[in-house]
Design a protein around this ligand. Structure first.
Ligand SMILES: [Zn+2]
Length: 611
């Protein structure tokens, strides 16, 4: 049959069929996928590591965006895929596993995918396959021999999460869910499967973090697709329904802490210069984009849930799942669905949170307490800096005996006066005590964390006297923090005046007192650099504090041995939200964030009656 192949387009000159009979076209072709994965992945923020298609000894990955099989332009097809590979190499793709068998030195795996899809991702490797069934849904794991023992834990967790989310979001949209190990440290959620890196997959907390996240993507981002040009809402929603909701199920304090962490990430990573509206988020290439697309996105769904009410929120999501299945939705459709479910116009909500960059900046002002009939009156003003947002905020009065009274206040303008009456004499007033609102934290509310090092100001690395070997051991740390170009000096060659306004990393405990950072009193450091935090020590420490002039950040790496430093160096940038990390033999013992110094949202009230 005559054909033409140019510029990736195959044109076949087929004779018209005699009658309106179906015709079958077989295309034989050969293609090589030879992309070479990076040797070193520390510090690469691109979640794909730049690899869209590769067939290699250590494994195969072909992304859905790469046309590795013939496709009609724009067409969504059903697929029957049969992969013949060297014995022991099993392939995974969308759809239901039909069979997998090894014969005459070849392993043949076949899959049937009945949901129309544009493009297919495929992975293959020397996997051990384990399976289970959940109400007719195939549950599968494809793991390397090293990790095969993880299968029962994953299969049980899949059952648990599918049962929970089916109840919440409506029917699971696919015939299977598979956990597949990858040779790159990925965390992909693909339609009906997830592709997790070999070392990541071993982390025990993954069963209740990345796994439910990827399962929830089955609804949002896979069955209901995202039109990226109109904004990627699926990461915010998936983060909210997986990462956040699991904390909420664990308890109110965990949920509040998670919301607080979102605000801290935003404050640490997003500046007026790099901020952008949620609607412009397409994907995560850098951490500041994640703080908006995932963090602000999750908080937007949290505030939507508070705005429309519990029942309407879940009903609206089930409607999104049903109406959007097989289609792509944008923020506009989400607004339409929730406005219709509530019978109210939610334009202001989406304009404010999705289309506008930035976050409210709030502060309490002029707070007073006065005796009044039957108790006390607390009055004051809530100020909003910049163009005001419409916000429903909680004001909480706490009495000396710990009793709390909450008042709801609607903010509309730059200044909202309030006057609250209460019986017991209150000792404190706090605005938004549960962190239900997305806002920009004030500088004094933000303890220094690893994330503060990621957008460094004239970074300087100072190596303590006698700790020169740490310089080499810390190489992966500098790469992870994007500090490769930082200036490097020995402690004897810097003067304290040179440090002003610069982000500083100390390798080892400086001998010179004036270079020693001020640390919280609970962190004990001996003159020889040994350390302890609330009874824990370990063999390596990383701490981040605000510099005395508050204009910069100081970080400190201490390690008993060079090997201990080298073992933790590549890991530190993954603990962005923390101020203090302790490790033993490379394993994390302690991760904590300092308590904030103060807040413009909290006022301690005088306990003496004012004159
Ligand atoms: Zn995601």
């Amino acid at each position: 049959m005559p054909y033409d192949f140019a510029g990736g387009v195959l044109t076949v000159k087929a004779a018209a069929p005699a009658r309106r009979a179906a015709q079958q076209l077989t295309i034989r072709y050969r293609a090589d996928f030879t992309a070479i994965p990076p040797q070193e992945t520390v510090g690469i923020e691109d979640p794909s590591f730049g690899i869209s298609a590769t067939i290699r000894e250590e494994g195969t990955y072909l992304s859905a965006g790469v046309p590795w099989f013939p496709q009609l332009p724009g067409a969504r097809g059903r697929h029957r895929i049969e992969v013949s590979a060297p014995a022991g190499v099993t392939a995974v793709t969308a759809g239901r596993l039909l069979h997998s068998a090894t014969r005459a030195g070849r392993t043949v795996t076949s899959w049937q995918s009945d949901l129309p899809m544009e493009g297919l991702a495929l992975s293959a490797g020397a996997f051990t396959v384990d399976r289970d069934d959940f109400d007719g849904i195939q549950l599968l794991t494809f793991l390397s021999a090293n990790n095969a023992a993880l299968a029962p834990g994953y299969l049980a967790a899949m059952r648990r999460h599918l049962a929970f989310y089916r109840e919440l979001l409506g029917p699971y949209p696919y015939p299977k869910f598979a956990v597949v190990e990858n040779f790159l440290p990925t965390g992909y959620g693909l339609p009906s499967w997830t592709l997790l890196g070999s070392s990541v997959i071993r982390l025990p907390f993954l069963l209740d973090t990345s796994l439910p996240h990827e399962i929830v993507h089955s609804w949002w981002g896979n069955a209901v697709e995202v039109d990226y040009a109109r904004g990627n809402w699926s990461e915010g929603l998936t983060t909210y329904l997986a990462d956040y909701l699991l904390k909420e199920r664990a308890g109110a304090a965990e949920a509040r802490d998670y919301r607080r962490k979102i605000l801290r990430d935003y404050a640490a990573l997003v500046t007026d210069r790099n901020d952008f509206p949620l609607r412009s988020f397409q994907g995560r290439m850098a951490k500041y984009q994640q703080a908006v697309g995932y963090g602000k996105g999750a908080m937007t769904f949290h505030m939507l849930r508070r705005e429309v009410g519990e029942r309407t929120f879940w009903r609206g999501l089930r409607r999104m799942g049903a109406e959007g299945n097989g289609k792509s939705l944008g923020w506009g459709e989400i607004e339409r669905i929730f406005s219709s479910e509530t019978g109210r116009d939610l334009r202001w909500f989406f304009a404010q949170w999705v289309e506008r960059a930035g976050a409210p900046r709030l502060a309490l002002d002029g707070v007073r307490i006065k005796p009044s009939a039957g108790g006390w009156t607390v009055s004051g003003t809530i100020r909003q800096h910049g163009e005001p947002y419409r916000l429903d905020i909680t004001l909480r009065l706490t009495a000396a005996n710990g009793a709390v009274v909450d008042h709801a206040i609607r903010l509309n303008g730059p200044r909202t006066p309030f006057s609250l009456a209460t019986g017991d004499r209150p000792t404190a007033l706090e605005a938004d005590p549960e962190n239900e609102l997305f806002r920009r934290l004030a500088p004094e509310e933000i303890p220094a964390t690893v994330n503060d090092l990621l957008e460094p100001q004239r970074p300087l690395v100072v190596v303590a006297e006698g700790r020169e070997p740490l310089r080499e051991a810390a190489r992966d740390l500098l790469r992870g923090l994007h500090w490769e170009d930082a200036e490097l000096r020995g402690e004897q060659s810097v003067s304290p005046a040179q440090l002003a306004g610069r982000d500083l990393l100390l390798l080892g405990w400086p001998v010179r007192r004036e270079l020693q950072p001020t640390l919280p009193a609970s962190l004990e450091i001996a003159p020889d650099g040994t350390f302890a935090w609330q009874g824990s020590s370990g063999d390596a420490l990383f701490a981040v504090v605000t510099a005395p002039d508050a204009a910069a950040t100081t970080a400190l790496l201490l390690a008993e041995t060079t090997a201990a430093a080298a073992a933790v160096a590549p890991k530190i940038s993954h603990y962005g939200r923390y101020s203090l990390l302790l490790f033993a033999s490379g394993r994390n013992l302690v991760k904590t964030t300092w308590e904030p110094a103060a807040s413009p949202m909290k006022v301690l009230l005088p306990t003496e009656t004012p004159p």
